[in-house]
Structures are given as C-alpha cells and as structure tokens.
Design a protein around this ligand. Structure first.
Ligand code: 4AZ
Length: 498
C-alpha cells in the first residue's frame, strides 16, 4: 500500500493509478523497469528499488486487484523523498572535478607562459619568437623592429624646460622668448591655459589654477612678469601666448595644481630601525620586480608614470617587458602590472643622476591605496625641523633580508655642508643626505628607487633612495637623488615620451 501511495503521489496521481491498474502484467513490468532504470541512474544503488518493486508486485500476474505485500515479506518502502535529488550530488561532483581541472590548467599555462617569456620575445606583427638575447639589439629583428621599441632608453635634457612651478604655493613661472623666468599675471588667464601648461608638464588629469597676490611673494622670484595676449592659433607652448610686462594690473599671479597628488591616510606612527605601515599611508609606493622578485622601490608621480633609481634598471635586462610593478599593496607578492617604457637618465654614472622613470602599460585607478605623490615646486626649501619619511620593503639590517610588510621611518634632513663633510666631494648637487648622526635608522638594500617624502599641505617627493655606506651606520647617512635638481628631466620625459 505504501508503495501505491508512493507511486500515486510521487509519479502520476490518479491518472497514473488508473493507468497502472488497467495495464497488463508485461506492460506494468516494462513500466516498472523504466521507472527503476530512471531511479538507478539518479540514485546509484540498485538494491532499494529492486527489493521494493519485488515486494510490492502482486503474486498473481493477471490480477488487476489491489497490490498486496507477500505474507512473510515486509514491504520495503520506496524513499519518501524524490530520488532525483541525488542527481544533484553527481552534478556537483562533476562540476567540482571540472573546476579543479580548469584551475590546474590555468596554473600550468601561467608557468609555461612565464618560462617562454623569460627565454623568448614574441613578435606580434611577424608572429614569431626570437631569443631574448637578440632583442635590444642583438639583431635578428622582428618586422617593424618591434623588439627595439620595448627597450630601456636613455634621455638627457639639453634645453631649459620652459615651464616650472615655484614656492610652496606652486606659482607658475614661464621661460619666455626674452630669455628670462617670468611670473604670469592673473588677468586673461583661462582654464584652457591651465590645461595647456599641465599637459606640457606631463599631466593629463584634474588641473586647476588659483591667484596669488604679488606682494605676498618673495622678491627672489619676482624676476619679471608676463601676461596672456589675445589668442595666437599657431602657439605651440604657453610662452608663445605671453608678452613680457613690467607689472600685473590685477596685482596677482597664476598658481597651478596639475594633479590630485600627495594625499594619503592621516599621519600615524624595514628600512633599518623603521616600523610596519600600510600602503594607504604611502599610496605612491610601488615595488618593482623582475621574475616575481622584489628588486627596488618606486614612486608614482602620475597615474601612469613612476620615478625610481637608475641603478635599479642599469645592469639588469635591457628589456622593458621583464619588469612588473606591484601597486596598492602593503605586503610583497610576486604579482603586478606591466610596463611599456623605461627611461634612464643619460648622464647616470657613479651614483650621480641616479634616476629613471617607468610608464605603466595602463594607468592606475586613483583611490585610497594607489595615488601619485606630488613633484615638489622648484627650489623647495626643506625646513630641517620637519621630518622626511622614507618607506620600502628593503633589508631590515645591513646583512638582513627584505621585509614582506612595508616599512616606514622618519629621518632628519642633513644640510649640504654637513653631508659634504661626512662623504666628501662625491656628493654632487643631484644628491641630498638624510639620517641621524648616530645611525640606527636608514634605508637599505631593496629600498633603492623608493620615496623620500616631505609633508607640506600635500606630500612632496624630495628624494629617491640611492646609496650609502652600509646601512644605519654612525656618520654614514643615507644618500638620496635630489628630485629638485632633476625636475626638468622628469618633466621632459613625461612630455616627450610617446
Ligand atoms: C642599496 O644597496 C642601498 N643606507 C640603498 C640605500 C642605502 C645603502 C644601500 C643607504 O640599495
């Protein structure tokens, strides 16, 4: 009876019952076999169904009466739950196996690609592989010399970059045709002029301008004035739009902000002698890697360009696509985004002009953990009572190992005269020193290329970790590339590199 109810309720209702009772034995047997087969496919174990079917089959095959269990045989009820549920388990197992296979396949493909990439350069246009030792330029070129486009290049600046921002308020000065640096009067200045100058400085987003009263400025920068003249459609730079002037009728001059730079999570308290920190406090900090290994630090100065040290790049591979940049992470990992340009200062030698720039293949999204630092206004005077901060994943002791967690340390600025006394004439104008006389806190190997920053209203990149004698030794402070002396080179690279 149970079976009937089960059949009745599970399978077909009244119609099914009528159907079952009105059929011949062989027909019913066929039906039951079909049902049983269906259940076996879904449920697996045969025994349940078989026993249940047998125990509920009438002994008299021609009987059309009620089915009755055998006298000594207890009816074995079919499961009261629908058996089809079990097929879900099989589907889950199959999906799981397929997913595992897919993951294994993806990992295998990744390692295979990494292996091939480390040995061969793939020419996309001519669809062939050439050995990495022949790229840049060991010859056997790709069509269109595609393998030469991806090489580290050198750049030297010979002419004066005609635009600069000065003082803590980033007041604009333009090198005009008369051959002098001139402030730009506020009258006639429009948003398109701001955009043009910021573009000339290599910035493409969020420019804004403000006016600063002439009488609030130091006399050292009041070397002359200029004002916008009615539009000249053939102008190629802002200086073509300016005419020298003896004063500003408005009494104010233009100050610019070309990017959303230098903002970070509020202040808080290895680098040797440093402490753990998080990337949101130093969102411009990046890790540069070759073969997944942290090699150097770097600082984002726009969403696409970063500044690092020349010695990080020189002496490694000449091929740009071996570099990977990790952004927005506190802990080191082997992953990162790729790079499409690497430019080293053409005068780099013996720790002097120790600067290089890398361009990311695609710009970062500016957010809490990834944000550029500001390039300082030209001639920025560092107040030695304010600390400078150095950050990185470098060695936490002179003969130590890299730190997996980003480290920060504050180091005082050391004036040029003191630095020259400590290190001698090897200290060039392109270098600055920071650290304690007693040592103990310092940048170290692996911090190279990373930022030395100074907080005004916004964080400014004043130095690039460059060299030193050992790490954190007494009277052997860290030496940093002096960004102020290298600003023209940075702006030229960002403007000229296509
Ligand atoms: C280096 O080898 C290095 N103490 C960087 C910084 C300093 C020393 C060495 C400064 O990359």
């Amino acid at each position: 009876m149970d079976t009937f109810y089960t059949y009745f309720s599970e399978k077909k209702g009244w119609a099914g019952l009528r159907e079952l009772m009105g059929t011949t034995f062989s027909e019913r047997r066929q039906k039951q076999t079909a049902i049983r087969n269906f259940d076996i496919i879904c449920t697996g174990p045969e025994i349940d169904t078989e026993a249940a079917l047998e125990s509920t089959s009438p002994l008299n095959p021609s009987s059309t009466g009620r089915a009755r269990p055998g006298r000594h045989r207890k009816p074995m009820p079919l499961s009261s739950k629908p058996r089809r549920r079990c097929s879900g388990r099989w589907v889950a197992v199959i999906v799981l196996v397929m997913l595992t296979l897919l993951v294994l396949l993806a990992i295998g493909a990744y390692f295979l690609k990494t292996l091939i990439d480390s040995k061969f350069f793939f020419c996309k246009t001519s669809f062939k592989f050439i050995s990495r030792s022949l790229a840049c330029d060991g010859k056997e070129d790709c069509a269109n010399r595609e393998d030469e486009l991806m090489c580290v290049t050198n750049m030297t600046v010979n002419s004066t970059f005609p635009v600069r921002l000065v003082t803590n308020s980033s007041v604009l000065q333009v090198y005009t045709r008369s051959g002098s640096w001139r402030l730009v009067c506020g009258e006639g200045w429009q948003i398109q002029h701001t955009q043009q100058v910021c573009q000339q400085l290599g910035y493409s987003s969020n420019p804004s301008s403000s006016m600063v009263a002439v009488n609030s400025l130091p006399s050292s920068i009041k070397t002359g004035f200029s004002a916008v003249t009615p539009s000249n459609s053939t102008a190629s730079g802002i200086s073509d739009l300016l005419t020298d002037s003896s004063s500003c009728a408005s009494g104010s001059v233009v100050a610019l902000s070309c990017s959303d730079c230098g903002q970070a999570l509020g202040s808080q308290d290895r680098i040797v002698g440093g402490t753990d920190t998080t990337i949101e406090h130093w969102p411009w900090q990046v890790s540069l890697k070759i073969d997944g290994q942290h090699t150097c630090g770097g600082s984002l100065v726009t969403p696409r360009w970063l500044v690092t040290a020349a010695h990080c790049v020189a002496g490694t591979s000449n091929e740009v696509d071996l570099w990977v940049v990790q952004t927005g992470k506190t802990s080191l990992s082997p992953w990162g985004v790729s790079v499409d340009r690497v430019v080293v200062h053409g005068k780099y030698a013996k720790n002097d002009y120790d600067i290089a720039m890398m361009r990311l293949a695609s710009p970062i999204k500016v957010q809490a953990a990834t944000r550029p630092v500001c390039l300082p206004p030209s001639g920025l005077q560092i107040n030695s009572s304010e600390p400078l901060w150095v950050t990185g994943w470098g060695y936490t002791a002179e003969k130590g190992t890299v730190s997996t967690i980003l480290q920060k340390a504050d180091v005082p600025f050391i004036d040029r005269a003191t630095c020259l006394k400590l290190y001698g004439s090897i200290i060039s104008p392109r270098m600055l020193c920071a650290g304690y006389p007693e040592g103990k806190v310092d940048a170290c190997q692996g911090d190279s290329g990373g930022p030395l920053v100074y907080k005004m209203q916004r964080w400014q990149l004043v130095g690039i970790v460059s060299w030193g004698v050992g790490c954190a030794r007494k009277n052997r402070p860290g030496v940093y590339s002096n960004v102020d002396e290298l600003l023209e080179w940075i702006y030229t690279v960002m403007e000229k590199t296509s």
